[in-house]
Design a protein around this ligand. Structure first.
Ligand code: ATP
Length: 303
């Protein structure tokens, strides 16, 4: 069976610029995948190509096994989308635009149910141009859900949304996944990806840097110590029975999960050499790993 959403060696160029440069990833039904990367990584270009608004320069885009350019009508009917800088005719209110758009679908979702789901009741009759940024974003999401899509492609859905609204959107993403929808969500905020995604695809400069589950991307557990004076990593390695490397003159990375026993071994060793511990972190966070991957890539390009 084909994936709900699939990019196969997909490349898209704007003249000389290869905005998407041969990427492979997929999203299964009932799965949330975050397409994560800094500004200009090629995320929007990939999403717009998967929706059939651009043709690939080479490779393939597939949604429900269909070609989004050739089978555009069919793909659009079965797929919900939220695009950056999307909008609605300015005098229309959420309830008006939802009722009008629902007439395009054979079995649309109930408009009142969507107004409740996206917390739009209070502004249901407010014209689009007077809605706040978050209310506009939630109206666009309601529109994306109207046709009971089996795939959702959401480009930065939480941009300009306050913390309460973000929670509404995160809950909605989980509900859609639970009813078997495939979701591809772009973001440049790692914390958003961490909250909603089953898997993450990290893009930078048009290609994929790494992809996997959050656990796979975080790497193995580590203890990172900062100490008041330099110590011998070999001696600490023998004490902890694990590899210990120097990250800096006063920072050591120990290849072990932190446990009360390990912390007590470190403390006793440091006492014995008259050095104190100034900080202890239990693992390189996903954010550190992400910044490291993107930073390494960008410095390779510069050098
Ligand atoms: P952001 O997080 O800022 O939205 P992104 O990862 O979605 O970024 P894209 O919008 O896909 O990235 O842009 C990728 C690259 O392609 C950028 O360098 C951008 O300037 C360029 N680009 C995008 N659209 C066009 C276009 N229509 N013509 C020329 N260049 C474009």
């Amino acid at each position: 069976m084909s994936y709900a959403i699939e990019a196969q060696n997909l490349a898209v160029a704007y003249g000389e610029l290869r905005a998407v440069d041969g990427v492979d990833f997929h999203v299964g039904y009932g799965e949330v995948v975050s397409l994560l990367g800094p500004n200009g990584a090629g995320k929007t270009t990939a999403v717009e190509t998967l929706l059939g608004f651009r043709s690939p320069t080479s490779g393939n885009a597939r949604v429900h096994g269909l070609d989004p350019v050739r089978d555009h009508q069919e793909v659009v009917l079965r797929t919900g989308a939220l695009l950056q800088r999307g909008g609605v005719w300015f005098p229309m209110s959420p309830v008006q635009v939802l009722r009008l758009t629902s007439s395009y679908y054979q079995a649309p979702r109930d408009v009142n149910e969507l107004l409740d789901l996206l917390d739009l009741r209070r502004c249901a009759k407010t014209p689009w141009r007077r809605l706040s940024g978050g209310e506009q974003q939630r109206t666009l999401l309601a529109l994306a859900l109207l046709g009971r899509p089996k795939a959702l492609l959401l480009d930065e859905p939480t941009t300009a949304v306050d913390p309460e609204g973000r929670q509404v959107i995160r809950d909605l993403i989980k509900n859609e996944r639970d009813r078997g929808c495939a979701l591809l969500i772009t973001t440049h905020e790692l914390s958003e990806a961490e909250r909603v995604a089953d898997r993450v695809v990290v893009m930078n400069r048009g290609h994929i840097v790494v992809q996997g589950t959050l656990d796979e991307l975080s790497g193995s557990p580590e203890m990172i110590l900062e100490v008041s004076s330099p110590i011998d990593p070999t001696a600490l390695s023998a004490v902890l029975s694990c590899a210990v490397t120097l990250d800096g003159p006063l920072q050591l990375r120990c290849d072990t999960a932190s446990s009360p026993e390990k912390i007590s071994l470190v403390t006793s060793y440091l006492n014995s050499v008259n050095v104190s511990m100034t900080s202890l972190r239990t693992r390189a966070s996903l954010e550190e790993r992400y910044l490291e991957l993107i930073g390494n890539e960008n410095s390779e390009v510069r050098s």
